[in-house]
Design a protein around this ligand. Sequence first.
Ligand SMILES: *Cc1c(COP(=O)(O)O)cnc(C)c1O
Length: 238
Amino acid sequence: MSDVAERLERVRARLRAAVASARRAPESVRLVAVSKFQPVNAIRAAYAAGQRDFGENYVQELEQKSKELAALPDLRWHVIGHLQRNKARFVGNLASVVHTAHSVELVRELDKRATERAARFSGDETRLRTLVEINVGGEAQKSGAAPEALPEILEAIERAEHLQLAGLMCVPPQTDDPSGARPFFDQLVRLRDLHGGAARLPELSMGMTSDLEHAVLAGATIVRVGTAIFGERPRAAQ
Ligand SMILES: *Cc1c(COP(=O)(O)O)cnc(C)c1O
């Protein structure tokens, strides 16, 4: 087994344990392997071990990797980094899921550009599944929408022809103890309940290497895990 395959198996075991202690169904949480700054061979190794969902932060890097890995069938790209409007065309037509919609303008641009999906995707993937990133800590340096902006962003996604409203996402402020993230995960759950519940917002994308157990207990349906699967990222790139 490759290092990546071994680490992936450990992450799956952590997820199984977390889901069991939360008394949730095993298939209720999807693992996205965050491959930013990692070489394509690491992605190939995870793919060979059965991983299909991969998260990238930077559109240029995603563009490059998606070309190199175009031959891998049913690999799904998740865009999890701050997204600028001038990248909307590429993301709109290549990603399976975008986690980081944060404004009405960005939503409109994504919808306007996501016109070539039918050539690449089929079934319910023809529309780009879109989550809204919430700046749960209200941090000036972090991206994501303010909770007050949520109603108009959600409505814009629902009006969009090529997008499918999928849920909410957050990256809580850094804390020394992983349990420090829990109040922010609970905040995302409350926002979901306030704005239509799981029927309207089925996905909650929250939890990373250090705090995935807390996220699963809070109700995450997608966890985004990088370091625990691929090892430390190259230092300059963190
Ligand atoms: C890098 C990153 C992750 C993964 O972080 P790890 O701590 O390496 O698991 C998850 N989500 C986002 C938005 C990230 O930028």
